[in-house]
Design a protein around this ligand. Sequence first.
Ligand SMILES: Cc1cc2nc3c(=O)[nH]c(=O)nc-3n(C[C@H](O)[C@H](O)[C@H](O)COP(=O)(O)OP(=O)(O)OC[C@H]3O[C@@H](n4cnc5c(N)ncnc54)[C@H](O)[C@@H]3O)c2cc1C
Length: 412
Amino acid sequence: MNHVDTVASPSASDAALGSVTQAERDQLVADVEAYCQEIRPIEEICYLEHEPNPAIGDLAKKHNLLGMAMPKEYGGRAMDSLTYARALVRINREGTGVRTFFSGHTSIGQYPILKYGTEEQKQRYLPASCRGDCTLAFGLTEPDAGSNPLEGTSTYRREGDKFILNGVKYLISNGSIADAVIVFAFPEGVTGKDRRMSAFIVDTAGDTFEAEALHAKPGMYTTDTAMFEMTDHPISGDNMLGEEGGGFRIAMHTLVSGRLSVASGCLGTIEDCLEESLRYARERVQHGKPIGKHQLVQAHIARIEMMRSTSDALVERAALAKEKSDLAPGDKEELARADFAIAEAKYWASNAAWEAVDRAVQIFGGRGWSELYRPFRHLQDVRVCRIYEGTDEIMQLKIASSLLGKDFAAFG
Ligand SMILES: Cc1cc2nc3c(=O)[nH]c(=O)nc-3n(C[C@H](O)[C@H](O)[C@H](O)COP(=O)(O)OP(=O)(O)OC[C@H]3O[C@@H](n4cnc5c(N)ncnc54)[C@H](O)[C@@H]3O)c2cc1C
């Protein structure tokens, strides 16, 4: 199906948005701004020391930002997708790592529980996670299963009133700080067409769940990326998420939400690079005038602005498409439109951000090659956005096969 003409356009009215009032949205914007201003000096020190920043979560709790996109009945602030996306744009100006914490917790942590959880599961996990008493994560990737999660080897079996899980999950945001992780696993000992993935809400307490933070990464020093191993790890028999065998669908649907977070974050990176570049180009004097008066520096600024404005349009269109899809649960057409629009936004914005950080680094000259300055920190952080939640290549396959038709899907 061709979704190009049918996704919500940026000029679509607020009709697609949720039920919050403008005053509530304005309050969220103010709270996000206060959060960002408070986190900045702490984040800068932690980043330069390559240390985790516990204030990312603590201040989010203080400013009531841990359930931005969750319904009020579960303790959230019920923000529509566009308002939430804009909040992530602003938060990501403080660093891709800071935004990634929110993505792991809300976009891919709370979201699948809201969409697929039983009422009892929602009551158990959503209010606690909105309050800041239960950090969440999403565990799909394994050492031998990334772009194709169906090559995963994590397993589950039933034992009495419990599920027992085994396996290793790799490169998981919030993976060593989470109290509960959405985990995907296959039935133990089952092969062939009955080998279908299921989703679980896995409480991480206990010595059968061992997590280890991964430190060999460039950038995103202040937030957690981890691997964890489950060794006969018991969880409640009530903690399967959705139907048995329905895990792949849940994973793919959740990634649509996660990719919008990545695209929004990349727009935040570009905005910050633009602001920093404008300031520096006005202040820095070489050859007797501010470097902003040199036309080749202006060319960099013009390109960063083009990356910003095009990404902004695609992120807005994608957020509106997701909102429409969320308001029409079970509507496969709306979900396909959102999936398509978000894949475009994620692919474009992450590449646009990569160009923008490179140009901002260039404008900063030698200072551009230093963690002391924001452009280089963004450069280190943002590269992963072309990889996680679906690589550049997977996004292109998704976009092209959506236009060509399902007979052209590059993989099942
Ligand atoms: C910092 C960070 C945080 C992360 N957070 C999470 C998280 O919270 N939860 C989670 O589950 N995962 C997370 N991931 C994992 C991430 O989603 C995967 O790394 C990503 O999906 C790619 O998988 P892979 O690394 O196994 O690469 P592979 O799948 O091995 O891909 C390697 C290369 O082959 C290409 N490729 C693969 N298949 C095809 C194909 N069919 N056609 C064309 N090219 C192809 C890829 O595009 C890529 O270029 C995170 C990763 C990082 C680095």
